[in-house]
Design a protein around this ligand. Structure first.
Ligand code: NAD
Ligand code: ZN
Length: 375
């Protein structure tokens, strides 16, 4: 007999068919200070031939810096600098793919993303769209990608999103902000060199790191929780507490935050995020508020959902003297609130994880409006 457990997974008698998800993981990862220097030897065996280049999508914050001179370019490899001022869009992916197809006779040997969540997500999406027909927005959703992507490598330069391990690439499309969730999205290789995060501005370090912290709180307090997610979530939470509440050496803090991001991403792979992410997507869709800061803006008002998490968050915020902007939603119209509320309530799995199957009885548009009004 099959019993639906409260966390949505089916409990079955031995030998019968189950419907657990069979997820891909990043098959190769290198971690350590200075390991960026090994990128050339990692890529060498993956080069198809001298005419098929590696394309490096690099955050333009690195333009003219020493990092760029260390990128191991040979033959017709190319660097494309990309601004992370705005989060990635589906038509930006389409333009990049078209450019690569126009400029080269053959598909590249691989795509390498060097940057934060914005650039990592772009690299994943470009790698997928080089082998799949049509436009990126057609693949926003779950398991819509038909063909395997080209080889792609993620090199994070800021820690927290977990984009380096996840099987999604979050894109703003013409109709929605939604990921391309597929088995082909996950990177083939990740290179984690904590020294690459040295120049991150302090506030951004806090916002993106809090993305990881909030992943942990939402995963660990969700109804989808299971031993797999819990094991990663608890480790990531412990690392976040060390980084943001203790006085670690800077290099130690960089190493630990990088691993926190990894574990936080793994934790939500087999569960879901929750209230802060749902509401932050609304803010992002209407106002273009970026992911890390958007989560912080919402999370501090969620004490009734995550009492201990919000207390910890406030301690971390105080310790690092972070002033969050106020009054973001002050000037908004009723119609604006409605748009944000619809985006947020559309994210059904997040609410189900946060509040259970009966979530609609616990959260109403009025309730969400009252929280948005505080932001
Ligand atoms: P980001 O990539 O948007 O970068 C934030 C800022 O930090 C940018 O100005 C960037 O130029 C700068 N920066 C990055 N590295 C730097 C460095 N070493 N030195 C100086 N400046 C540096 O930030 P993020 O918070 O990592 O990513 C947010 C994006 O990630 C959003 O688009 C969000 O949707 C996405 N995301 C994806 C997933 C996923 O699983 N795919 C999960 C969470 C978030
Ligand atoms: Zn997040």
């Amino acid at each position: 007999m099959d019993i639906k457990s409260k966390n949505n997974y089916t409990i079955t008698s031995p030998g019968s068919k189950t419907d657990y998800k069979n997820f891909p993981m990043v098959p190769r990862v290198i971690f350590g200070t200075g390991c960026f220097g090994q990128l050339g030897e990692i890529l060498l065996p993956k080069r198809i031939n001298s005419g098929t280049p590696f394309i490096f999508l690099v955050d333009d914050v690195f333009e003219g810096t020493g990092l760029v001179s260390r990128i191991p370019l040979i033959f017709n490899d190319r660097i494309i600098f990309i601004s992370a001022d705005e989060e990635p869009k589906t038509d930006q992916v389409d333009v990049l793919v078209q450019k690569i197809k126009n400029d080269y006779a053959h598909l590249p040997s691989g795509i390498i993303g060097i940057g934060g969540g914005t650039i990592l997500d772009l690299a994943k999406a470009v790698a997928i769209m080089l082998t799949n027909k049509g436009n990126a927005h057609q693949y926003q959703g779950w398991d819509l990608v038909k063909k395997s992507s080209i080889y792609h490598v993620g090199i994070p330069t800021i820690s927290g999103t977990g984009a380096e391990v996840s099987r999604t690439t979050v894109l703003l499309g013409p109709e929605k902000k939604l990921g391309i969730n597929s088995d082909y999205t996950t990177f083939d290789q990740v290179l984690m060199d904590p020294d690459l995060t040295i120049g991150v501005p302090r506030e951004q370090w806090f916002y993106t790191g809090m993305d990881c912290f909030i992943h942990c709180i939402e995963s660990l307090n969700g109804t989808f929780l299971n031993a797999f997610s819990q094991s990663y979530g608890e480790k990531a939470l412990e690392l976040c507490k060390e980084v943001y509440l203790e006085d670690l050496r800077e290099d130690e803090a960089r190493n630990k935050l990088m691993m926190a991001s990894w574990h936080g991403g793994m934790s939500i792979a087999y569960s879901q995020v929750g209230v802060a992410h749902a509401m932050s997507y609304g803010l992002s869709y209407l106002l273009g508020v970026r992911h890390g800061i958007g989560n912080c803006l919402v999370f501090r008002h969620l004490k009734e959902f995550y009492p201990e998490g919000v207390d910890l968050f406030n301690k971390m915020k105080e310790k690092h003297n972070i002033q969050l902007p106020q009054g973001i939603c002050r000037e908004l119209t009723d119609n604006d609130f409605e748009i944000m509320i619809n985006v947020a309530l559309g994210l059904v799995p997040l609410w189900e994880n946060a509040l259970g199957k009966e979530w609609q009885r616990l959260i109403t548009p009025e309730k969400l409006k009252s929280i948005y009004k505080k932001i």
